[in-house]
Design a protein around this ligand. Sequence first.
Ligand SMILES: NC(=O)c1ccc[n+]([C@@H]2O[C@H](COP(=O)([O-])OP(=O)(O)OC[C@H]3O[C@@H](n4cnc5c(N)ncnc54)[C@H](O)[C@@H]3O)[C@@H](O)[C@H]2O)c1
Length: 260
Amino acid sequence: MKFENRVALVTGAGSGIGRAVALRLAQDGAKIAVADWNATTGGETVQLIQQQGGEAILMQADVSKVADTERIVAETVGKFGKLNILVNNAAVMLEKTAVDTTEEDWERIVGINLKGTFFCAKHAILQFRRQGGGGIIVNMASVNSFFAEGGIAAYCTTKGGIAQLTRALAMDHSGEGIRVNAIAPGWIETPMNANFFALGPHIKEQAAKLHAINRIGQPEEVAHLVAFLASDEAGFITGSLMTVDGGFSAGLAPAMGIVV
Ligand SMILES: NC(=O)c1ccc[n+]([C@@H]2O[C@H](COP(=O)([O-])OP(=O)(O)OC[C@H]3O[C@@H](n4cnc5c(N)ncnc54)[C@H](O)[C@@H]3O)[C@@H](O)[C@H]2O)c1
């Protein structure tokens, strides 16, 4: 199996894309450290992995706390003996323009999406060094890393930052055999978009039209690319931001926006 004897830490693995990634890497043989601040949903992911014959542990953690980012790396190594793959996936959405965003909102979303990603990477890299080099980081960016959408200014800012962090980490750590890449999904059917979809069936139809293939994506479709980037087949790929967006970024569709 592709990831036999490899250990992967997936943040935000209790839901949506993170859960699909955890399940996919486990199917390919990786032992999975599930990190999520929601112990209930995180525990469900662990159970799903075990039901499919895999090995997993749950770590309740808030990635916006630097101490937690250090702890989850240490606990992963404590349980499985090493860390090979970090998937920096945990994030939150904030449906506000800059004008409506409070300092508290900003601290929260930047703390989780950007600071959390940064410090999980830092502590993973320190562990990779202790193991003698090598290691994979996959950061979850977004099409909002390079296209803004209306009404989510702080979210777009954090996702733009993740794209540049990915490049900076690749520059600094490629010499140690560490590969760092990011994935930019289009609209994916997960709880993160539940608020939008709750506005009515027309939202999903309009969201579909933003993508050249006229549908939104499924979490498993993002997980396939994580599995590829984390594999040896991607050995010459680092510092990249790769789309899984059904053609969202291929044309002018995003400029048309969604009319609620
Ligand atoms: N769904 C989409 O359309 C879409 C599109 C582009 C990018 N993304 C990105 O994909 C990633 C996963 O999103 P999703 O749609 O699966 O979202 P989701 O809301 O379904 O899952 C996010 C998970 O992160 C966890 N989490 C949130 N804050 C945390 C914290 N501080 N510490 C630990 N865990 C925390 C949540 O509990 C949840 O399990 C995010 O980085 C998101 O920005 C999603």
